[in-house]
Design a protein around this ligand. Structure first.
Ligand code: ADP
Ligand code: MG
Length: 696
């Protein structure tokens, strides 16, 4: 039996290690820098770097890297060794404070959306001291923010840290108004649940579509899919269990609180949920988790698919972003309290989130938009593209009672009065759940369910922190002028709920009736990524981000450009991969099978005494489909080559959505039908059944 508590965090230069290894004054200075986000003095940085190097070398480390999250959505690293030449042809192992805190890299190939001109190709990395350094693959990794020479953010971490500051500042103002003098900071807490598929590596390597695009671009439906729902929470297969065990252990070593693991609804689909932590650390940990899932799956003879929709007709993978606010003293601000005053505070935070989600539905939608996620959102699966909130009947009834000064059923002393009445208990367990809601209150946190499985969770949390921070700032502005705090507070809660309750929907989000009802409520329904993009750069949202210094206007436009470019590139690669597979694999396979049939047909005919109706039937069916496939292939080739003529970026993206995507679907339809007619030994791609049931 392994010593799990000894294992946990063993590869992290965390607080315990710092306390043990740093001189007292240095440790104190470091703690101060972490808690207050202040600059590290030169001598402190040098001492920390030295202790870090000693610790890392003891663990066999030879290199260090600034580990950052460029706009590609993954992580980047450039390894430098500790080795430094010394006299007499010797070497010494060196790592300075400057190298720890600040890095410089030629980053001209990372997407910058025009922020970095080629003459100024340098990017700078700066240590995020709130996220501990860790060892991965014998390399000391230092989590850093990444920006340009003139300070523009080129990554996902910088704006996330800025947004955490916004909500900290505004939530603290509210807490002070409620007379809280003990809390020093408000922290955003995040727990991302991660879905993924595991398929056999041999099968994976035979599918160029999975290799190049992460999803299957062809594949007829298997005789058995997820109909029986027998996979959900089912018994975990030994190979998968071995993978999960090693994944847990490796994550624990890196200080990631991997907690829950289970099979998901679709065959070959699984989920991992960590214990929640501070937002920026949760983002770092989720990136590490995704990376480890891929490398460990490979080690176990499997491939981990993180794409949002690897298989048509089978559930896709999402990521549930559980989000809440907590004080540094450990009080969850979205947890109803035990006194009327605490509950009034809870209700204020609650209606702030309701208002934020209603007013910035479009931004939340953009934060979950990508080519891959378009197969889920708005496509009768997962949450729809319409943003709405689930509060649960109980909590909604409480708010309704408050709004109308009415009695609340569970309460003797009524009507409900904010700041006077204790909230009645409402169930926080799984009985009160709505799995179809994109944004659900789950007892003491919100669960934003629209994210795709491949996403960095930075983007959605940047939006959440900023929009809720904005509403809290409005509330604080209003309440700090108040002469009658309790009365004004009650009026504010009522008014906010009443003005924004259209965003609350406790019913079935997958139903057609909801789409119609949402429209009458005036909620936005941005079905595709291309519909959602423009919202990012509308005046309201630019004003929001610039007001709170989360993004400059230039940073917003650069990100907008990167998003659109990445959407177009993804679809372009998919189109080219399809063309390549059809020409290089499908056509030869179909021709091969046809020639076998023709040969048999001729032989039988020559004998003159056999029935050839089967061969004739097959040949005729395949010939018709093959001719159709050729037409669809030509149409896709034409569409893919026309894209180059579109210069305005949104028009470019629309062309992919309206012309390239349909051409891809049409070609796929024919090829999938051909698969059902072609003998299996000729078909060049492992079938869906082979992939989905390949790991035994
Ligand atoms: P489920 O949503 O399946 O019912 P849980 O209630 O266990 O599961 O929580 C799911 C995720 O929510 C976990 O990753 C958990 O750590 C996270 N979570 C729980 N409380 C909070 C919180 N206060 N802030 C952020 N995330 C949280
Ligand atoms: Mg969940």
């Amino acid at each position: 039996m392994k010593d799990i508590s000894g294992l946990f965090g063993s590869m992290v230069f965390n607080d315990t290690v710092m306390r043990a290894r740093l001189p007292k004054d240095i440790y104190k200075a470091m703690k101060k820098a972490i808690s207050q986000g202040t600059h590290l003095e030169y001598d402190v940085a040098n001492a920390v770097a030295n202790a870090m190097k000693e610790w890392a070398i003891e663990k066999g480390v030879t290199h260090f890297t600034h580990w950052f999250q460029p706009m590609t959505g993954t992580t980047a690293e450039k390894h430098d060794s500790f080795i430094s030449p010394s006299s007499g042809g010797q070497i010494i192992m060196e790592f300075s404070g400057k190298e720890l805190v600040h890095g410089e890299s030629d980053a001209s190939s990372f997407p910058s959306g025009g922020l970095r001109a080629t003459f100024e190709a340098r990017g700078y990395t700066i240590w995020d001291t709130t996220s501990f350094a860790f060892i991965k693959d014998n390399t000391l990794c230092i989590p850093t923010a990444f920006c340009s020479y003139s300070g523009e953010a080129l990554d996902k971490k910088t704006p996330l840290l800025r947004s955490m500051e916004v909500i900290n500042k505004q939530a603290m103002r509210i807490l002070r108004l409620f007379g809280n003098t003990t809390a020093q900071r408000v922290i955003t807490t995040v727990g991302p649940e991660q879905e993924y598929f595991l398929v056999d590596k041999e099968m994976f390597l035979k599918r160029p579509d999975l290799i190049y695009t992460g999803r299957t671009l062809f594949g007829a439906r298997p005789p058995k899919g997820q109909e029986l729902e027998d996979h959900y929470f089912g018994c975990i297969k030994p190979r998968v269990a071995a993978f999960m065990k090693e994944l847990d252990e490796e994550l624990w070593k890196l200080g990631v609180h991997a907690k829950t693991k289970h099979n998901e609804v679709a065959p070959a689909q699984h989920e991992l949920a960590p214990f929640f932590t501070t937002a920026n650390i949760a983002v770092d940990h989720n990136q590490i988790t995704m990376e480890l899932m891929k490398t460990l799956a490979n080690k176990h003879g499997m491939a981990c698919l993180l794409h949002e929709k690897p298989f048509a007709g089978v559930n896709g993978s999402g990521k549930h972003n559980n989000w809440s606010l907590s004080t540094d003293t450990g009080v969850n601000l979205l947890e109803p309290g035990e006194t009327p005053y605490q509950n009034a505070q809870f209700l204020l935070f609650l209606v702030a989130v309701i208002k934020a989600v209603d007013e910035y539905q479009d931004l939340l939608r953009v934060s979950a938009a990508s080519a891959g996620n378009d197969h889920r959102l708005g496509a009768n699966e997962a949450p729809p593209a319409i943003v709405s909130m689930f509060l649960g009947d109980e909590l909604q009834e409480i708010l309704e009672a408050i709004e109308s000064n009415a009695n609340y059923k569970g309460k003797k002393r009524s009507p409900m009065e904010i700041g006077v009445t204790v909230l009645p208990d409402f169930p926080k367990d799984t009985t009160d759940r709505n799995r179809t809601s994109p944004f659900a209150f789950t007892g003491n946190k919100f669960e934003f369910r629209m994210l795709g499985s491949m996403f960095s969770v930075a983007g959605p949390n940047i939006v959440l922190n900023t929009i809720v921070g904005e509403i809290l700032s409005e509330f604080a502005d209003m309440l700090q002028e108040s002469k009658d705090f309790t009365g004004d507070l009650a009026r504010l809660v009522k008014k906010t709920y009443s003005e924004h309750k259209r965003i609350i929907f406790n019913g079935n989000n997958y139903s057609q009736e909801w789409v119609a009802q949402a429209q009458t409520r005036g909620l936005s329904n941005l079905r595709t990524t291309v519909d959602a993009f423009p919202a990012f750069v509308n005046r309201k949202n630019i004003t929001l981000f610039t007001k709170h210094h989360v993004f400059t206007e230039q940073e917003i436009y650069s990100r907008y450009e990167i998003l659109i470019e990445s959407y177009c590139k993804t679809l372009h690669i998919e189109a080219l991969t399809m063309i390549d597979i059809v020409k290089g694999k499908i056509i030869p396979a179909v021709v091969g099978y046809q020639s076998e049939l023709a040969c048999l047909f001729r032989t039988k005919k020559a004998c003159g005494q056999f029935d050839t109706s089967l061969e004739a039937h097959l040949m005729s069916g395949i010939s018709k489909l093959a001719a159709c496939m050729l037409r669809k292939l030509t149409a896709l080739e034409q569409a893919a080559s026309e894209c180059a003529d579109k210069h305005e970026i949104l028009a470019h993206a629309s062309f992919y959505r309206d012309t390239v995507c349909p051409a891809m679907s049409e070609l796929r339809l024919i090829v999938d039908e051909l698969e059902t007619l072609t003998a299996k030994k000729y078909w060049p791609l492992p079938a869906y059944a082979d992939l989905l049931f390949s790991v035994i």
